[in-house]
Design a protein around this ligand. Structure first.
Ligand code: NAP
Length: 294
């Protein structure tokens, strides 16, 4: 049994930490900025303890997990005042599941090394359902030996995990993931839009083409809700714009050209202006339907 700390009990972190407790039987200390959520987590699980600060949670832990919002949030809970990096013990492993930049991952990897502990960037894919089911995909950046040590604990909330490369490589892989999703969703939105405008029998079209080369996870799982105009679930547009912003910054740094990603990012900004900040990413079709009404 290991001593585990968990920082950030949001939509993703709350169930992920729960899997570590339930499946791993580890001794868990949780921290959440809004303390009531940490108290609720402890009450719900009937085990574990809530800490008042990230530093208090991380103190004495063998593994410290983290899942907060963006780069700034991550810096705050690690190297900020009362941050976890002030108390992580030598030889421990810090696993960050936040979707953040590769730069912050490299920066924190170096800061951890300087203090005698290890850092893995380990963003996830699979959404709220994947977190609740403990079946996330985890893309990891860091050192191979460290990954091997953390693997059995990460496995409690993952179905697929891979060490992609050195520090930052997990975040870079997550960027590739988001770029691929953005393009596919826009293509699917346009396909459905044409099908609607042409009066096609949409279920029949989707049933047929989803068995051919146009098949995708988005098509299989989202065509129905997209054609019904239902977006009150899933991965929010605000989060997607945060992620695409990270991709576009990285592209500038690396000299990569991402014209479609830049365009879809702008389309999402139009969805936000339509009131869709919290809608699922499949709401790109709402933008086409809205343009139609004008
Ligand atoms: P969320 O529900 O908004 O939760 C964010 C968590 O981070 C909360 O516990 C929040 O605390 C904490 N937090 C934010 N800023 C903080 C700060 N400055 N200091 C301390 N704590 C802070 O977000 P989520 O959906 O769990 O997403 C978490 C991460 O996973 C994001 O990077 C997101 O892009 C990524 N992700 C999300 C999904 C998804 O489907 N939701 C899928 C894949 C990846 P409070 O409770 O006090 O606000």
């Amino acid at each position: 049994m290991a001593k585990v700390a968990w920082i950030g009990l949001g939509v993703m972190g709350y169930p992920m930490a729960g899997h570590i407790l339930k499946k791993g039987g580890h001794d868990l200390v949780v921290y959440n900025r809004t303390n009531a959520k940490a108290q609720d987590w402890v009450a719900k699980h009937g085990k574990g303890r809530a800490a008042a600060t990230p530093a208090e949670a991380a103190d004495g832990a063998d593994f410290v997990f983290c899942c907060v919002g963006n780069d700034d949030d991550l810096r705050q809970v690690t190297i900020g005042s009362n941050g976890a990096f002030g108390s992580v013990k030598k030889g421990a492993v810090f696993v960050d599941n936040t979707t953040a930049s590769a730069n912050v991952a490299r920066e924190l990897h170096a800061a951890a090394k300087a203090k005698g502990f290890d850092f893995l960037d380990a963003p996830v894919s699979g959404g709220q359902a994947g977190a609740e089911g403990g079946v996330l995909t985890v893309m990891v950046g860091g050192d191979a030996g460290v990954f091997e040590r953390a693997k059995p604990v990460i496995a409690h909330y993952a179905r697929m995990m891979n060490l992609i490369g050195p520090a930052g490589a997990g975040q870079l892989a997550k960027m590739v993931n988001q770029i691929c999703i953005a393009g596919v969703v826009q293509g699917l939105a346009e396909g459905l839009h044409l099908a609607q405008k042409s009066g096609l029998d949409i279920p029949k079209v989707m049933e047929t083409i989803s068995k051919g080369a146009a098949q995708s996870w988005q098509m299989e799982n989202r065509w129905q809700t997209m054609s019904d105009g239902k977006f009150d679930f899933g991965f929010a547009v605000d989060w997607m714009r945060k992620d695409l912003g990270i991709c576009l910054d990285e592209a500038r740094r690396a000299g990569a050209s991402l014209p479609l990603t830049a365009l879809v990012d702008q389309f999402y900004s139009e969805v936000q202006r339509q009131g869709g900040s919290r809608w699922d990413t499949s709401s790109l079709i709402a933008r086409l339907n809205n343009a139609d009404k004008k």
